[in-house]
Design a protein around this ligand. Structure first.
Ligand SMILES: Nc1ncnc2c1ncn2[C@@H]1O[C@H](COP(=O)(O)OP(=O)(O)OP(=O)(O)O)[C@@H](O)[C@H]1O
Ligand SMILES: [Mg+2]
Length: 277
């Protein structure tokens, strides 16, 4: 279990309160109960990697944290604010949460800079000069300053994903949620995106990362959470959960990741049903 940090955070969060707190979270789609009681605390500055088989509810959990999905039952707090409170200003909460998906979702008809300035101007009402300054700063951060005037179609997938990360950072989020940010990339482009995420982690960003990148999880995560069938089966330090898992389900999952050829017919495919976007 997480121990609470006893310091006051730069964002003014109550001392000791976790940045993300999930309590008794359930989510059903019709008769399909996808999340079956999730409890999770993430401290400020902590990096938590969520792993687990396809359909185990990883994306749904992430989407419940910023209310892209409405939980059926339970509570979610971000920065001490209950986002599941029906009276909460959800737009205000969402501004504090950056989200990066497998698909980059950049506007193809806008330049890289315009992709970064548009949401700042629309949502945060920043003026043109300020939005441009913040855009330039964050493009620099992800190593793409020289692509400011380029259109997304002229960039590699890895560069587009770094632009998507910069776009999220330009909104000044307190936490960043990543849902398989490297799964749509050619293998040789994965490293640059992971390097940016590693930098963010080193800078103290609170991060929740759904990923199949076990090397990244081992090296960057403070904690790894293994989900299966809508519950957290085990969680702990990466060297424990990945290196020496306690549960058979975790061991089974990890062995399939290492050697996909071991999968048997009828088993849920791990990497093939990725058309969800
Ligand atoms: N909007 C939706 N409507 C109906 N069912 C959904 C919806 N979103 C997800 N599900 C179902 O919820 C279950 C969990 O899906 P989820 O996307 O959270 O899994 P996941 O762990 O992220 O899987 P993957 O590794 O394939 O991305 C699946 O059975 C899926 O079909
Ligand atoms: Mg998913």
């Amino acid at each position: 279990m997480t121990t609470n940090a006893e310091t006051t955070t730069s964002t003014g969060t109550t001392a000791g309160a976790p940045e993300i707190r999930v309590r008794g979270l359930h989510k059903s789609f019709g008769d399909n109960e996808v999340l079956r009681g999730i409890d999770l605390d993430i401290r400020q500055g902590e990096v938590v990697c969520v792993i687990g088989p396809s359909g185990s509810g990883k994306s749904t959990l992430l989407r419940c944290v910023n209310l892209l999905e409405e939980p059926t039952r339970g509570q979610v707090f971000v920065g001490g604010t209950e986002v599941t409170d029906p009276d909460v200003d959800i737009d205000a909460v969402r501004r504090r949460i950056g989200m990066v998906f497998q698909q980059f979702n950049l506007f193809p008809h806008l330049t890289v800079t315009e992709n970064l300035t548009l949401p700042q101007r629309r949502v945060l009402k920043r003026d043109k000069a300020e939005a441009a300054r913040v855009a330039a700063e964050n493009l620099q951060r992800v190593g793409l300053a020289e692509k400011a005037a380029a259109y997304p179609s002229s960039l590699s997938g890895g560069q587009q994903q770094r632009v998507a990360i910069a776009r999220a950072l330009a909104m000044g989020p307190e936490v960043m949620l990543f849902d398989e940010p490297t799964s749509a990339l050619d293998p040789e482009l994965v490293g640059d995106v992971l390097a940016v995420m590693r930098m963010l982690a080193n800078d103290g960003m609170t991060m929740m990362v759904v990923t199949h990148e076990m090397t990244f999880a081992r090296e960057v995560a403070d904690r790894v959470v293994f989900m299966d069938g809508g519950v957290i089966v085990e969680e702990g330090a990466p060297e424990q959960v990945i290196g020496d898992p306690s549960h058979e389900r975790t061991r089974h999952f990890l062995s399939r990741l290492l050697d996909p050829a071991m999968a048997e017919v009828g088993e849920a495919p791990e990497r093939l049903d990725k058309a969800d976007g």
